[in-house]
Design a protein around this ligand. Sequence first.
Ligand SMILES: NC(=O)c1ccc[n+]([C@@H]2O[C@H](COP(=O)([O-])OP(=O)(O)OC[C@H]3O[C@@H](n4cnc5c(N)ncnc54)[C@H](O)[C@@H]3O)[C@@H](O)[C@H]2O)c1
Length: 272
Amino acid sequence: MKTVLITGAAGGIATHLRRELAGRYRLRLCDLRTVGELQAGESFVQADLSSLDELQAAMRGVDAVVHLGGLSMEGAWDDILSANIAGCYNAYEAAHREGVGRFVFASSNHVAGFYRRDEVIDDKVYPRPDSRYGVSKVFGEALGSLYADKYGMQVLCLRIGNVNPAPLDARRLAIWLSPRDMAQLAVIGIEHPDIRFEVVYGVSDNRRSWYDNRNAHRLGYRPMDDSETFANTVLAGVPVEDPRGAPFQGGAFVHQELFDNPAPLPGRERVQ
Ligand SMILES: NC(=O)c1ccc[n+]([C@@H]2O[C@H](COP(=O)([O-])OP(=O)(O)OC[C@H]3O[C@@H](n4cnc5c(N)ncnc54)[C@H](O)[C@@H]3O)[C@@H](O)[C@H]2O)c1
């Protein structure tokens, strides 16, 4: 049985993954925070992503890393720099030093948040991050490419939409990822024999998706869920989306912090 280290193990996605992957792998859970009661096959190592030494110790002897740790939304530059830039570098570098051959990186739809919703984008599009957070995920994907090309690490980057038992609003009908589909993608990253460096979208089989996710399907991804099941309930229950974010895939991330600077930005229509 493989041993898989999950960083960010006290977080939301990891909590779903622990349940979905139970019995399939030995799970070594890693976070700054404690993770609650351990189940059979689980162990816990406390580590700060800012410490390469702590991460190396946590990764010793594991077969694969699922890197979920860090800031999971927009934040101050110093926080992004520490958790998502330096922390992400430390995670890849610790994996490399410990000879871990597999790395699954939790990237985000926000690497491409400035694409419009009427565009269908695939894994090859040039990034258009909508936030410092999105930039940090572009950086994490670039690190993956480097460690794959230079050291032969097998890296799968998941541009995750939104993981939840059910989609929460109109935008998330397009980008929803059910917990069991998330687990299926993680398993592909941990086990697929032919991965070198790949980017796929972490979304379920949503009819309203704006992604061409053929690369995931090529790797055997067969999503089991479609947000459409929830569409009537979701659309009846949520307020109309802020028009400044509504044209863009990244939603509210594109206009956060623009209040003080309403001047139009070059190459983009005025957002107001
Ligand atoms: N939740 C989503 O739908 C979604 C969507 C797109 C991308 N992602 C990405 O997936 C990953 C997991 O998301 P989540 O929703 O579970 O996030 P979360 O915020 O619930 O969990 C992140 C975890 O990282 C840990 N962490 C933060 N800084 C750390 C540090 N310096 N050292 C050690 N641990 C640290 C936190 O303690 C926390 O438990 C994140 O990288 C996020 O950016 C999530």
